[in-house]
Design a protein around this ligand. Structure first.
Ligand code: PEP
Length: 248
C-alpha cells in the first residue's frame, strides 16, 4: 500500500519541514508497517526534506518535459534526481486544467522521469460531465492509452497510477468505494490486456479525491485500491497519519 500526500501550493519551508517531521515521528510510533509514505512537496522544500526525512519518500509535484535549455521557470527530472528526490507526480488534474497539459505532454514527462530513474505517480480521472454522460471509462481509456501505451513492461516498476475523479478533488465529495473500485478494476484490466498479467498485478493503483480519515478505511478495503493520493488531508499531520494507519 502507498499513501502519498500532495501538498500543492501550501506551506512555507519551515511549515513544511515541521509537517514532515511530525509525520515522521508519528510513523515511527506506529511500528513496522507495509505502507510506503510519500510526500510531494513544493520545489523549494525538496532538498531539505530529502536530507531530514527517513521514513518519507520525497516527490516533486511536477517536472519539465525538457532536459535543459531556455525554459524559464522549469525544473528538470535530472535536477530532481541530483538532489535525491525519488519521483514526481505527473498529469495531476490541476496541471491539466490550469496549465493546459494534455495527454501527449504528460507522456513526454513520464518518459523524461523514467529516463532519469525517477518514479512517477501518473494521475488520470474524468470530469463530472463525463461521469454524468456515462463516459467515465472511455475518458480513462483515452488518458491511459496515450500516457502509458508506449512504455515497456519494465518501466512499470517505476510507475504508480492514481485514479482521481476531477469532481472529487478538493470538493469534499468522494467517489463511493464501489465507484472507485469499478474504475480501478477497469484500469487493472487495461494493464492486463495491454501489458500482461504481471504488470497488471504489480502496478499499484491509488485513489485520490477527498480521502479523509473517515472514508480511507472503506476505500482501502477494495481489492484494486492500493492506497491513496491525498491533497487537503495531507496538510494536517494527525489526519494524514490516520489515513496511513487505515492503509496499514
Ligand atoms: C489531490 O490533489 O490529488 C487530491 C486528491 O486532493 P484532495 O484530497 O484535497 O481532494
Amino acid at each position: 500500500m502507498i499513501v502519498a500526500g500532495n501538498w500543492k501550493l501550501n506551506t512555507t519551508l519551515i511549515e513544511g519541514l515541521n509537517l514532515a517531521s511530525r509525520i515522521e515521528d508519528s510513523i515511527s510510533k506506529l511500528g513496522p508497517m507495509e505502507v510506503r509514505v510519500i510526500a510531494a512537496a513544493p520545489y523549494t522544500h525538496l532538498d531539505r526534506m530529502v536530507n531530514s526525512t527517513d521514513r518519507i519518500d520525497v516527490f516533486a509535484q511536477d517536472v519539465s518535459r525538457h532536459e535543459s535549455g531556455a525554459f524559464t521557470g522549469e525544473v528538470s527530472a535530472g535536477m530532481l534526481k541530483s538532489i535525491g528526490v525519488k519521483g514526481s507526480i505527473v498529469g495531476h488534474s490541476e496541471r491539466r486544467a490550469y496549465h493546459g497539459e494534455n495527454d501527449e505532454l504528460i507522456h513526454e514527462k513520464i518518459q523524461m522521469c523514467l529516463q532519469h530513474d525517477l518514479e512517477v505517480i501518473y494521475c488520470c480521472g474524468e470530469q463530472l460531465e463525463d461521469r454524468k454522460n456515462g463516459h467515465t471509462m472511455k475518458v480513462i481509456e483515452r488518458q491511459i492509452s496515450k500516457a502509458l501505451s508506449k512504455l515497456n513492461v519494465d518501466q512499470f516498476d517505476s510507475l504508480v497510477i492514481a485514479y482521481e475523479p476531477v469532481w472529487a478533488i478538493g470538493t469534499g465529495e468522494t467517489a463511493t468505494p464501489r465507484q472507485a473500485q469499478e474504475v480501478h478494476e477497469f484500469i487493472r484490466n487495461w494493464l492486463k490486456q495491454n501489458k500482461g498479467e504481471e504488470v497488471s498485478e504489480k502496478t499499484q493503483i491509488l485513489y485520490g479525491g477527498s480521502v479523509k480519515p473517515g472514508n480511507a478505511d472503506e476505500l482501502f478495503q477494495k481489492p484494486d485500491i492500493d492506497g491513496g493520493l491525498i491533497g487537503g488531508a495531507s496538510l494536517k499531520a494527525e489526519d494524514f497519519i490516520q489515513i496511513v494507519r487505515a492503509a496499514g
